[in-house]
Structures are given as C-alpha cells and as structure tokens.
Design a binder for this molecule. Structure first.
Ligand code: TMP
Length: 218
C-alpha cells in the first residue's frame, strides 16, 4: 500500500473527454508551486514498454484483433511495468504521483463496459498489483458521455482511438461503472461534476485533495 511510502498517490479518473489531462496539469502546477515534487504520469503508458502497449491497445488501424480478456491483460501488463519502474520508486522518494487512470479504469472499461465482471476484474487488479501501489485519493470526473465524445471530436483533429470509437452505449456503461465504484469506495473516490466550468472543476478538485491533507513537502 502506498501508505507505507513517504509519498502520496493521487489518481484522476473519468470517461473519454472528461478533462483529465487538463486537471492533472493544473494540479501538478499548483502543488509544484507549493514545494512538492510531482510525478505526472498516465495509463496505459508512462514507461517505454507501457507506451508500446498503449499503442497496441488503442491504435484503431491494426491488422489484428484483440479479444476482451487479452485487452484486460495488456492493460495489467502495462500497469505492472509502470508501478515497478515509475510509481513505486517515486512514492519511496516521498514524491506526489498524479496518475491519469489506474485500476478503476480497468474495472469499469473491461469489467463493466466489456462485461468481464467488475468484481472479477477488481480482484485481478489487486492480484496483479500485489499491494504495491494503492491510490490514496481518486478524483472521478463525471460527465455525460455524449458531451465527452462531442468535446473530443470538436476540440481535436486527431483520429479517434479504438476505445473512443466504441458505441455510445459502451461509454454510458463506463459512466455507470464509475458511479458504482464511487459508491463502493466513498473514502477514496470523490465525484466531481466535469460539466461545470473548468475553473470550478479545478476548485472542487483542489478542495478534495486539500481535505485529504497532504503531508508537508519533504
Ligand atoms: P486516454 O488515456 O486518452 O484516456 O485513453 C485511454 C483509453 O484506454 C481510454 O479509452 C480508457 C481505456 N482504458 C481501458 O479500457 N482500460 C484501462 O485499464 C485503462 C488504463 C484505460
């Protein structure tokens, strides 16, 4: 558990287009200015191997198929490498790790939206992570997926990835999964309305992290 480390582990979760990257960047800037050493990272990704896995699972233009269970295990392989190479060393050094997506993404995308079973995937995530890193605090950016997908399509000219191309129903199930998880872990997960103006999202997020009382920078 990250409680055994000097550092602090914060994860930012949410559906596609919910504003995770913008919020992560703003929180990282804020806590850097307060004297904390921040490691800003993301999943899938964060290490050379994990970025390669990211490309494999998200690239919409491949000549192979990925079955749902293979997809699940690829996300977990990416995560383990990320934990061993980046997250645990940073937490041991007393840094604040802010990570876009972690186990909760796997539980809702693969467990709920891909119908592999939320409890089954939650157990598998715990088994794979082997207690090496557990988020201290998770901010879930809640947004109607129609708005999230519209944001992605209108705000960027990049091609949609393999998961973003899933049907609206898939993204609705992702949201239901997150709300279910937040209900199950209220001590860790704070729901933030991502439909409000960006400045208000930021204020709510900052308040949630401050309430949690980060240790003073070492
Ligand atoms: P993003 O980093 O741009 O949000 O894209 C990552 C995509 O991968 C997003 O659609 C969610 C999906 N994903 C899973 O399906 N399972 C996972 O375990 C993780 C970390 C991400």
């Amino acid at each position: 558990m990250s409680k055994e480390y000097k550092g602090c582990f914060i994860t930012i979760e949410g559906g596609d287009g919910s504003g995770k990257s913008t919020l992560t960047e703003k929180l990282a800037q804020e806590f850097t200015s307060r004297g904390y050493t921040i490691v800003k990272t993301r999943e899938p990704g964060g290490t050379p191997l994990s970025e390669k896995i990211r490309h494999l699972v998200l690239n919409p233009n491949t000549d192979f198929t990925i079955c749902d269970r293979s997809e699940l295990l690829l996300y977990l392989a990416s995560r383990l490498q990320h934990i061993e190479e980046i997250i645990v060393p940073a937490l041991r050094e007393g840094k604040v790790v802010i990570c876009e997506r972690f186990n909760d993404s796997t539980i809702v995308y693969q467990g709920c939206a891909r119908h592999l079973g939320m409890s089954y995937v939650e157990e598998l995530c715990a088994l794979a992570c082997n207690g090496l890193a557990t988020p201290d605090r998770t901010l879930y950016l809640d947004l109607d997926p129609e708005i999230g997908l519209h944001r992605i399509k209108s705000q960027s000219d990049r091609e949609l990835d393999r998961l973003e191309l899933e049907k609206l129903q898939f993204h609705k199930q992702v949201r239901q999964g997150y709300l279910q998880l937040a209900d199950k872990h209220p001590e860790r997960i704070t729901i933030i309305d991502a439909g409000q103006p960006q400045e208000d999202v930021y204020k709510a997020a900052l308040q949630a992290v401050e309430l949690f009382k980060l240790k003073n920078p070492s």
